[in-house]
Design a protein around this ligand. Structure first.
Ligand code: GAF
Length: 375
């Protein structure tokens, strides 16, 4: 990818570009907990975005999206928001850096990615983190890594219409090879967690149902949680108990009740998984993953038929844990599989899925990798 990005940059803009990269992410458990002030358990992966960038001494950005074969040119003032949605991610990052006092100017850039789009592996966070990291480096803005992650998140909120939490951008910026990150999304305290489950593999099965948060009911889910938290007199749902929720049951809608029930359950599951990982008890980790899946399907209602099918086939094949990963509305399942069951699981899932939906799921083996960097 580095080579093709550099080559295109030379063709379009000449020599002298510097390369930067940021990864997509997986998440072992802790879904829709980030914007509720809870815990998440992500890790960066070996798939991401690579960008070639060279400052151009003007106040204009010239950007080329290699995978789409599209270009965009825009200024750096609020009124200059570009038309293309991919360019809004880069523009948003520039604006958010400026809002934080970063003095940046124009640049030429080409980028490409190998994070599967719409698979729920955070291609948009990888894009934001790449430019936040690169511009901070090239313009010597002195912004710390926490703020770089927040720049990506604010870009989603203010320029892309998704009121996301901090998980994806944090994982992309802070990723560390071989480690998951246990992140407290309220305080942003975090710990690296070496993840090497001997005897197991982590694998993603991509349903190829396109996951797209822009325009999805993602923001509605967040709004439900905020309504319930407010009713409980809390800033976040984190820390709420089922007893508290049941006490206000007749004051909230049935839908909001179900959303909050999922989040309260998920918070407990993340903590269980931390404890189980410390003991090397991967079977408990797997059980919680299934519970998350069905919670996201029945209570949070962000799954789809294809993902439910994949989780069901996983169970039938004796897979230890399987669940929808990321925001939902399509994308991948993440599966924790014993080595000896792996081949049969993959073959069975492909065959059964193909028989029902007319195409095979794509298979991505997970390699946990480093976060944003200059190449
Ligand atoms: C998406 C969001 F961007 C994250 O912030 C998080 O809420 C996730 O969905 C669900 O856990 O990836």
């Amino acid at each position: 990818m580095k080579e093709k990005v550099s080559k295109k940059f030379s063709e379009l803009y000449g020599e002298g570009a510097i390369l930067f990269a940021s990864p997509g992410r997986i998440n072992l458990i802790g879904e829709h907990t980030d914007y509720n002030g809870g815990f998440v358990f992500p890790g960066a992966v070996d798939k991401g975005i690579v960008a070639a960038i060279r400052l151009n001494g003007t106040d204009k950005v010239r950007a080329y999206a290699l995978d789409l074969g599209e270009s965009s040119e825009f200024g750096l003032s609020e009124a200059d928001k570009p038309a293309q949605s991919w360019a809004c991610y880069i523009f948003g990052v520039c604006r958010e850096i400026q809002k934080r006092g970063g003095k940046i100017g124009g640049f030429d850039t080409v980028f490409a990615g190998d994070v599967p789009l719409g698979a729920g592996m955070s291609s948009s966070a990888a894009l934001e983190s790449t430019y936040a990291f690169a511009l901070n480096d090239l313009y010597d803005c002195g912004i710390d890594k926490f703020e770089l992650a927040k720049i990506g998140q604010s870009t989603e909120h203010n320029y892309c219409g998704v009121n996301c939490g901090i998980m994806d951008q944090f994982a992309s910026v802070f990723g560390k090879k071989g480690n998951l990150i246990r992140l407290d999304c309220r305080s942003l305290e975090y710990a690296y967690f070496p993840f090497d489950p001997k005897g197991y593999k982590l694998v993603l099965l991509d349903s190829r149902v396109k996951h797209e948060l822009v325009g999805s009911p993602y923001n509605d889910r967040r709004a439900s949680c905020e309504r319930v938290a407010k009713m409980l007199g809390q800033e976040f749902l984190r820390g709420a108990t089922m007893e508290q929720l049941d006490a206000i049951k007749d004051k909230i809608s049935e839908e909001d009740y179900k959303r909050a029930r999922y989040v309260i359950g998920e918070e407990k599951r993340v903590l269980d998984v931390c404890e189980a990982l410390e003991k090397g008890d991967y079977e408990t980790v797997g059980e919680r993953m299934y519970e998350t899946h069905w919670g996201m399907s029945k209570d949070y209602e962000v799954s789809c038929e294809e993902l439910d099918f994949l989780a069901t086939v996983a169970k039938e094949c004796g897979v230890s844990g399987s669940r929808i990963m990321g925001g939902g509305f399509g994308g991948c399942t993440i599966n924790l599989v014993k080595d000896e069951l792996y081949d049969n699981f993959i073959a069975t899932a492909k065959e059964k899925f193909n028989a029902k939906y007319g195409h095979e799921p794509k298979v991505y083996e997970v390699v946990i990798s480093d976060g944003s960097r200059r190449l």
